[in-house]
Each structure stands twice: as C-alpha cells, then as structure tokens.
Ligand binder design. Structure first.
Ligand SMILES: [Mg+2]
Length: 236
C-alpha cells in the first residue's frame, strides 16, 4: 500500500510572517462582538473556545447557536488572502519532487473547504494536492484536529488502512502529537521559532510549545525543505 502525506494548510504552507493569523483573529473577535459580547468577554471566550474545542467556532455553535457557514463567510471568507500570500516556486517544486508512486498528497485542515481551496489556489498548489480533509461546517458536531475522530476520518477518506504509512506536518504541536498518539508513522512539527502568530485571538511566540524530537518521535523542522531529508524515502 502506498503512503499518504497529509499537509496542514494555514501557517504551514505559508509562513506565519504573512500575518494571516492576526487578520483571522481580528475577524473572529469582530464576530464575537457582533453577538453582543463586550470586548473583554469576546476575547476571553474566543481563547477559551479555541483552547477547549480546537476551534473557536465549535464553542460558538455549542453555546451561541451560530451558523457555521455564516461564520465562515464573515471570517475566513472575508480575509484579504490575495494581498497577504503568493506562490512560492520552491514550495511548488517541493511538492513536485514527491514520488507519487510512493505517496499521495492531501491537505488536512481545520478550515472549511472554501478557505482551504482558496489558499491552495493562491499558492498555486491546487493541482498538486490529491485530496482535501477539511472541517465540514455543514455537519452537526463536525470533528476537527486534534479530535481522534478527525484523524480516523482522514485515513478513511484517503483510503489508508495502516497509520504507520502516514506522513503529517502541521504548525500546531498539539495536532502533531495527536497524530503520533494514533500511531501515525512520520510526523513533523513545523515550528518557525522566533516569529509570532495569533492563536485563539492571543499573540503567541512560535516555539513556546517546542519540544524535543526524542519525546514521542515527532521531528521539529523550521523550514519545509527539511522534509526532503526527514522524509527522503518518499521523494524522487
Ligand atoms: Mg496550521
């Protein structure tokens, strides 16, 4: 059976230096305040839901009866992505250099499909991705990383029966640790140490959750080009 490479999209296929996470944080904050919450309460709940549920949106659905598709249009859908990111030829080459007889390449994102597809299109990578695992905002109680269910669904959709054949890179340490705990074989934490990004509406220094490789077999990389080395067996 061939292997499957799963790539997180946001803050993995583009750098945190793009500032998208800050813009996303602002849009989500505005969404909270549009529900009638005060600034402080909005910030606190935004962070709480992100931490507890992996996505602020899930808390909004559970406790505020928010329509996820409306949320997606007003948050991810309203981001000026075209102004913030652009294709990187070296990243395109990286994906082209994967030996497709050995591994297929999938996106694995907590975003909804329109945002994921838009990012891949802007980055000029859409034709190099074999399939997309996304959060289906239309489904009640949809799963997201780091729920084990999300990873199980990913294997099913990508038709992978042996998790040891999975490759996965994500900028969120919690997400890669969750994959490792489920036996995913080759897992990398993309960690742009020194940069900042916004998570759950709060500015966070990247690398503050950096752990040593040895702990659970997760490799820490600061540049996606390092995948050529740590995953050499799936490159041409
Ligand atoms: Mg990410």
């Amino acid at each position: 059976m061939a292997s499957c490479i799963f790539l997180d999209i946001d803050n993995t296929l583009y750098s945190a230096s793009s500032g998208i996470s800050a813009e996303m944080g602002k849009k989500i904050h505005e969404y909270f305040t549009s529900l009638g919450l005060g600034e402080d309460e909005a910030s606190a709940l935004h962070h709480k839901y992100y931490t507890e549920y992996g996505l602020a949106l899930r808390g909004l659905i559970l406790h505020h009866d928010v329509d996820p598709v409306d949320f997606d249009q007003k948050c991810d859908g309203a981001l000026p992505l075209e102004d913030l990111i652009s294709p990187t030829p070296s990243l395109r080459k990286l994906l082209q250099d994967i030996d497709r007889s050995k591994a297929s390449v999938w996106g694995l994102t907590n975003a909804y499909r329109p945002h994921a597809e838009r990012v891949l299109r802007i980055l000029n990578l859409d034709d190099l991705i074999d399939g997309l695992i996304f959060c289906d905002y239309q489904k009640p109680n949809f799963a997201c990383k780091p729920d084990p269910q999300f990873y199980h669904d990913a294997l099913e959709k990508a038709r992978v029966s042996d998790p040891s054949k999975c490759y996965f890179v994500d900028d969120n340490r919690i997400n890669v640790d969750a994959a490792r705990a489920l036996g995913w074989g080759h897992v990398a934490h993309f960690c742009e140490t020194g940069l900042v990004h916004v998570e759950g509406g709060k500015v966070k220094k990247i690398g503050s959750d950096r752990k040593n490789d040895a702990e659970n077999g997760v490799k820490v990389i600061t540049d996606l080009e390092e995948l050529r080395t740590i995953w050499a067996e799936v490159f041409k």
